[in-house]
Design a protein around this ligand. Structure first.
Ligand SMILES: [Zn+2]
Length: 260
C-alpha cells in the first residue's frame, strides 16, 4: 500500500495527470451523419392524414423546420437538406433523388399516424422491411398512397399498387443493406419519445414504405403520434409539441453520431 502511494507521488511529481485516465467524451461531429435529409411527409395537394382540425402535411413541415433549426444551432457541422420547406407537393421518387443528389448519410421522413379507431395514440418509428405486422397495414397503405397524387405513378413505380397488401410483393427483391444503422437511429428516436418526452412508445417497426425503399441510404420513417386522436392532435399541432418532438429527434441524431 505504501509503495502504491509512493508510486503515485513519483508519477505526480513527473507531471502525470490523473485525468489522462479519463477518456475524452465522444465528439458528435465525428459521427457517420455529416449530411442529413429531413423529409416532411406530404405537402401541397396531398394533405396526408386529416385530423379534426389539422392536416398531417402542416405538422410534418413544422417539426421538420424545427429539427433543421435545432440541428443548425447545436450541431452546425451537420449539413441539413430538406426535401421541402414550404407547403408544396413533392413526388416520393423526387424526395429519394434529392437525398441521393445531396449525398445524404441518413434519411429522416416525418409523419403523423391515423386510424379509424380514434382512441389509439402513441409514437412509432419504422425501418424498411417486408414483413410488417397486419396491424400496421393501414398505416403503410396510407403513407404509400401518397403516390396516387402523382401523374405517372403506374409507370414510375413499375405498376406498384399502394392500396393493397398484395402490392407489398413489389419489394420482393429488397436487399436491406442499411438495416443495422436504420434500426439503431429508430431505437434512439423511440427512446427519446418514450423515456425523455413522456409520449407513449409503440416501438420500432418494419414496413415496406416506398420512400424508404427508394432512398438508398440508412432511413427511418417516424410517426410522431395519431392525428386522429383528439388529445394527440392538439399536442402535434402545438408549437411546444413540435419543438419537443424535434428536440427528441435531434437528441437521437446526436447520440447516434456519438456511437457510429
Ligand atoms: Zn404520412
Amino acid at each position: 500500500m505504501k509503495s502504491a502511494k509512493f508510486l503515485l507521488f513519483i508519477l505526480l511529481l513527473s507531471g502525470f495527470s490523473v485525468t489522462s485516465f479519463i477518456p475524452a467524451p465522444p465528439d458528435p461531429s465525428e459521427g457517420m451523419i455529416k449530411t442529413v435529409i429531413i423529409d416532411p411527409g406530404h405537402g401541397g395537394k396531398d394533405p396526408g392524414a386529416v385530423g379534426k382540425r389539422y392536416y398531417e402535411k402542416d405538422i410534418s413541415l413544422q417539426v421538420g423546420l424545427q429539427l433543421k433549426r435545432i440541428l443548425n444551432e447545436c450541431l452546425p457541422h451537420i449539413k441539413v437538406v430538406m426535401t421541402r420547406d414550404t407547403d408544396e407537393f413533392i413526388e416520393l421518387h423526387q424526395r429519394a433523388a434529392m437525398a441521393q443528389d445531396n449525398k445524404g448519410d441518413f434519411f429522416i421522413s416525418i409523419h403523423c399516424n391515423a386510424l379509424e379507431n380514434r382512441t389509439k395514440f402513441g409514437t412509432e418509428t419504422y425501418v424498411l422491411g417486408i414483413n410488417p405486422g397486419q396491424e400496421n397495414y393501414q398505416t403503410i397503405i396510407a403513407e404509400n398512397e401518397a403516390i396516387l397524387f402523382e401523374e405517372n405513378y403506374g409507370e414510375l413505380y413499375g405498376g406498384f399498387d399502394p392500396s393493397s397488401p398484395e402490392g407489398f410483393i413489389y419489394f420482393k427483391l429488397l436487399k436491406n443493406v442499411f438495416r443495422t444503422e436504420s434500426s439503431h437511429l429508430a431505437q434512439k428516436i423511440q427512446h427519446q419519445y418514450g423515456d425523455r418526452l413522456g409520449r407513449k412508445s409503440r416501438g420500432v417497426k418494419q414496413a415496406p414504405f416506398i420512400v424508404l425503399y427508394l432512398s438508398g441510404m440508412p432511413a427511418i420513417l417516424t410517426e410522431m403520434g395519431f392525428i386522429t386522436n383528439y388529445e394527440e392532435e392538439t399536442f402535434l399541432a402545438s408549437e411546444v409539441g413540435q419543438i419537443f418532438l424535434a428536440t427528441g429527434i435531434y437528441r437521437a441524431v446526436k447520440a447516434y453520431n456519438m456511437e457510429f
